[in-house]
Design a protein around this ligand. Structure first.
Ligand code: NAD
Ligand code: HSO
Ligand code: ZN
Length: 429
């Protein structure tokens, strides 16, 4: 864990190093991933089977490549009632939030008499990555599948690893609840490759969404263009901006909530009170001992944790914008004032009673969010990631008379006479 103070003479350089390190390629997996993608492209299911045996420790021919719909339905039926209600509440809130994102088609005639518009259509097939290496993620099943359903995608294909061949029943129950069509028991970069290229068993998809570790995130990044991707959603990150009015143990718990995801996860605290910073540092130690995910959270906190004390919160927005973190929690008296100045963040959590973890499960907005400073140019997963827009144009002869000559002039200037001709022949020239 790194302690920094904005009063220190070397602060600017030290903070610049923190910003430069905010990439999941803290482990550089690009070359390994490129080799895996090529292997799956060339050898299909044979490669997928071998890589699953190597990384997840089971033989797909023995354990089964796919989980059928009846098994998912039964997993849902067998759920403990409390867990079923929790899953249903999460699903309802996620559905309601995403339904409001559905875009409207446009169709109008402008002043020149030209009819213009755009229609939104869903992709035919979506590949949904549901992580499952260190922990199982039924919540990510809902966060991927519900927006895809709302968008109107016809084929929803889930890939999810089942380490040692063990399937998590809540993940299957969530697949049933969300209306997923196929569940394949493969994970990692190889599963993403299978979705993009297709294999003997898995038909390719048009868009791949969802979160994952460094290998999954890098595979999506490299496959962009072969398929659509939502954005790069890698190991989780949290930036907490908190004043001394908070209880240190609560802020410590918030920092560890993301540290426990992955040893390469990143948790940062900005505070305006050095004594509070000390107290949170101590509280993290106490909280860590209570977690069964302690080893991962400790590795993450020790390697990537940062506590920055600033002279005033007026310094915080610039630091937050440079970090462009996946999650930003603002636990101060006037969170709104700081939020207005934060331009780059995946999602912002306002006030002392809004822990980031509530957004991971039940708030409604999507928890699949850009990491590695990509909130500078990407947004969280939405219904629009499963849709694309087609524009349309219609002219009558009066409209063509109005705007056609300008097009002819531009086509001539570009040295493209056939373009000019296709317009001028209709203008009677
Ligand atoms: N940004 C977001 O929106 C968001 C949301 C939820 C979860 N997450 C992140 O998802 C990740 C989940 O990670 P996870 O590991 O538990 O599950 P995962 O499913 O993402 O990855 C597990 C798979 O990685 C592959 N793998 C592991 N080691 C490998 C190696 N050395 N070489 C090649 N492949 C290897 C294996 O196939 C394994 O099945 C965490 O980093 C978490 O922070 C991010
Ligand atoms: N915090 C993760 C996004 O970075 C989402 C998640 C799912 N389950 C728990 N947390
Ligand atoms: Zn989380």
């Amino acid at each position: 864990m790194l302690r920094l103070s904005s009063n220190d003479p070397g602060f600017a350089e030290a903070f610049a190093r923190v910003v430069a390190d905010r990439r999941e390629s803290a482990v550089d997996v690009a070359a390994d991933v490129a080799a895996i993608l090529q292997d799956v492209r060339e050898r299909g299911d044979a490669a997928l089977g071998e890589l699953t045996a190597k990384f997840d420790g089971h033989d797909l021919d023995q354990s089964g490549w796919q989980v059928d719909a009846e098994t998912c339905r039964k997993a849902f039926g067998d759920l403990d009632p409390t867990l079923r209600s929790a899953l249903e509440l999460a699903a309802e809130r996620i559905r309601a939030y995403h339904a409001a994102q559905l875009p409207e088609d446009r169709d109008y005639t402008d002043a020149a008499g030209v009819r213009l518009g755009a229609t939104w259509r869903a992709v035919d097939a979506a590949g949904l990555y549901v992580p499952g290496g260190r922990a199982a993620y039924p919540s990510s099943m809902l966060m991927n599948a519900i927006p895809a359903k709302v968008a109107g995608v016809e084929r929803l294909v889930v890939v999810t690893p089942t380490p040692k061949g063990e399937v998590n029943p809540l993940v299957l129950a969530a697949a049933h609840l969300a209306g997923v069509d196929e569940v394949w028991r493969v994970g990692g970069a190889h599963a993403v490759a299978a979705l993009a290229y297709g294999t003997e068993r898995i038909s390719p998809v048009d868009v791949i969404t969802g979160p994952g570790n460094a290998w999954v995130a890098e595979a999506k990044r490299q496959l962009y263009g072969v398929v659509g991707i939502d954005m790069v959603a890698g190991p989780s990150e949290i930036l907490v901006i908190a004043d001394a009015q908070n209880e240190p143990r609560k802020i410590a718990a918030d920092l560890l909530s993301q540290a426990e995801h992955d040893p390469t996860s990143q948790s940062i605290l900005i505070t305006d009170d050095a004594a509070f910073a000390d107290a949170v540092e101590q509280a993290v130690e106490t909280e860590l001992t209570a977690l069964h995910t302690q080893a991962t959270a400790r590795a993450s906190w020790e390697t990537n944790g940062v506590i920055i004390d600033v002279a005033s919160f007026a310094e915080a927005p610039a630091l937050a914008n440079a970090l462009a973190a996946e999650h930003v929690e603002i636990a101060t008296d006037d969170p709104e004032a700081l939020m207005k100045q934060i331009r780059h963040a995946g999602s912002v959590f306002l006030g002392r009673m809004t822990p980031e973890a509530v957004g991971d499960y039940v708030a409604g907005p999507n928890h699949v969010l850009p990491t590695g400073r990509r909130a500078r140019f990407s947004s969280g997963l939405s219904v629009l990631d499963f849709m694309k827009r087609t524009s349309f144009i219609q002219l009558d002869s009066a409209a063509l008379e109005a705007i056609g000559p300008a097009a002819v002039a531009l086509a001539d200037a570009e040295g493209l006479p056939a373009h000019a001709r296709s317009i001028s022949v209709r203008l009677g020239q």
